[in-house]
Write a protein that binds this ligand. Structure first.
Ligand SMILES: [Zn+2]
Length: 261
């Protein structure tokens, strides 16, 4: 029995385009999808990211504060991760593993509802999430991730790539830059071939193909190294790239209940 990879959209964010591509299209409004993914593997059901918190559907400003003036979320209750998983027949306790690309608010928002799952995060990311510098402070909502789940801490380059099930089918690649402990996921599908879920290490196809910096970075140098690594994965290793917040790129993929196998 092979793996299946499902794509989900947890609403959108409206923001200035220059927050995605640094210095480009200042003043142009951009609507980006907020994705999360489910991989069914013989040894468990894995989420890559968990989208926005459920509060976003009711009182976004109450949960995110002034962030909503910069990244305005549009999300309905049925787009919350738990409600979308129900549509493919899964309850929260059916999710055995959660891999978080990083702990920003549009990626760790659903974590609270999966207390049974093992949660795979880079140690540097967890540390930074508790002690970010001022320019990223608002992107970490402590109520989202300070929920004492079963953390499995991954040690950056020392464990790179991290083989989730020991069979080479799901790898976590350390791709810092957007944040200190960002990680991407490579899923090796039987029929569709290898696919990389980049999270925020590569926001859009524009960043993949053109030499433009992402609009929000912890380290430009590390971000560029990670983007180059993703280009290498694509160009040399033939891995299909699934960018993190690309409105056009996103439309080319099929969403759950359809899947890739
Ligand atoms: Zn994001």
């Amino acid at each position: 029995m092979g793996m299946k990879l499902y794509f989900f959209e947890c609403g959108i964010l409206r923001c200035d385009k220059s927050l995605i591509t640094m210095g480009r299209d200042v003043g142009t409004m951009f609507e980006i999808p907020v994705p999360f993914f489910l991989i069914t593997h013989p040894k468990g059901n894995v989420l890559y990211d968990t989208g926005n918190a459920k509060e976003l559907a009711i009182d976004a400003r109450g949960h995110w504060g002034a962030v909503v003036d910069v990244y305005e979320p549009v999300m309905s209750e049925d787009q919350y991760v738990v409600n979308q998983l129900a549509k493919v027949g899964l309850k929260p306790e059916d999710i055995t593993h959660i891999v978080l690309s990083h702990l920003h608010l549009d990626h760790a928002g659903g974590l609270r509802d999966f207390p049974h799952a093992k949660v795979y995060v880079q140690r540097e990311e967890l540390q930074w999430a508790y002690t970010p510098d001022f320019y990223q402070k608002a992107a970490y909502i402590r109520a989202d991730f300070d929920v004492s789940p079963n953390w499995v801490l991954i040690e950056g380059w020392r464990e790179d790539p991290y083989d989730l099930f020991g069979d080479g089918l799901i790898e976590l690649w350390f791709t810092p830059g957007h944040t200190p402990g960002h990680q991407t996921m490579v899923v090796k599908l039987e029929n569709s071939g290898p696919m990389m879920l980049t999270g925020d290490a590569c926001y859009t196809t524009e960043i993949l193909n053109e030499d433009v910096l992402p609009g929000l970075v912890w380290s430009c140098g590390e971000a560029v190294k990670s983007i180059k690594r993703i280009r290498y994965a694509n160009d040399v290793l033939g891995i299909k790239i699934v960018t993190g917040h690309d409105p056009d790129g996103w439309k080319k993929f099929k969403l759950a209940p359809e899947y890739y196998d």
